[in-house]
Write a protein that binds this ligand. Structure first.
Ligand SMILES: [Mn+2]
Length: 272
């Protein structure tokens, strides 16, 4: 039994299947975990969700910003843009089933001791334990009856700095942003949402979240994340493992075998 963690699929169903075939993935024996952004921008949103749903207990995921965006569009809180490419999924006869399945997924997972998976990473002032607890706070809202009103307060960039004393919408918004949208921080702990480049091309006052020293992250612990295609899978940091390698932008889709630590990739052009 192998456990594979896959980078941002973003509705690239054909590429995903080819990559899984290349490692001999078997839904009966193996487990697939995604780092979120299952859909968004790519061409095969419906096929991707149908397939991942069909994997049943062999599949787990954390939610990414595009997945939350889908929930918000479905709920009428956000309008779909043409480049979201979600029309066939949203008009599927089974959309309600898929939405109810997705909103029960967490924002953080701990597939084994010392490993955290989230879409965007670990905020530099949080421990893994805190990230899991905060993810649970959001899941309580997303799985509850008033999940759609929760989504309506989710959008916005403020506050940018965490404080344990935050409550209500501000607290929820920070948690969602830190776990699903973070890339750079300014002044050690202030989230920045403007810059999506590789760290070397960023304004020098911005630091990737994983390059800020985190006193609460123990030396054996690791954080596996997606969301940041411009990193191209590299953080130069042993404890932060980046798996978004930009397949939807014509680059690669990456799968990490959790037991061997070996990465398997497929290039976009090999799948055309
Ligand atoms: Mn993302």
């Amino acid at each position: 039994m192998a456990t594979y963690i896959v980078g941002d699929i973003q509705a690239c169903f054909s590429g995903l299947v080819k990559l899984l075939d290349s490692v001999g993935f078997s839904a009966r024996q193996d487990k697939l975990i995604a780092v979120g952004d299952l859909i968004g921008r790519g061409p095969e949103a419906l096929e991707t969700i149908e397939y991942l749903y069909s994997l049943g207990d062999s599949f787990e995921t954390v939610l990414g910003n595009h997945d939350l965006h889908l929930l918000a569009i479905y709920s009428g809180i956000r309008k779909a843009k043409p480049n979201d490419k979600l029309d066939l999924l949203l008009t599927s006869n089974h959309i309600e089933k898929y939405i109810n399945w997705l909103r029960k997924k967490p924002l953080a997972l701990q597939p084994k001791v010392d490993i955290l998976i989230t879409h965007a990473g670990l905020y530099p002032q949080w421990s893994i334990k805190q990230a899991l607890a905060y993810s649970n706070e959001i899941s309580e809202q997303l799985t509850g009856e008033n999940w759609q009103s929760f989504l309506s307060i989710m959008y916005g960039n403020l506050p940018t700095v965490w404080d344990d004393k935050l409550t209500g919408a501000k607290r929820s918004r920070f948690i969602v942003n830190a776990l699903t949208r973070m890339r750079f921080v300014k002044d050690v702990n202030s989230l920045n949402f403007d810059c999506k480049t590789a760290p070397k091309d960023a304004n020098p006052n911005l630091t990737p979240w994983f390059a800020v020293s985190n006193e609460k992250l123990k030396s054996l612990q690791k954080v596996i994340f997606g969301h940041w295609a411009a990193l191209n899978g590299s953080t130069h940091t042993r404890q932060a493992i980046a798996l978004d390698t930009g397949f939807v932008w014509g680059n690669k889709l990456t799968l990490l075998d959790l037991s061997t630590n070996i990465r398997h990739s497929i290039k976009y052009k090999e799948t055309q």
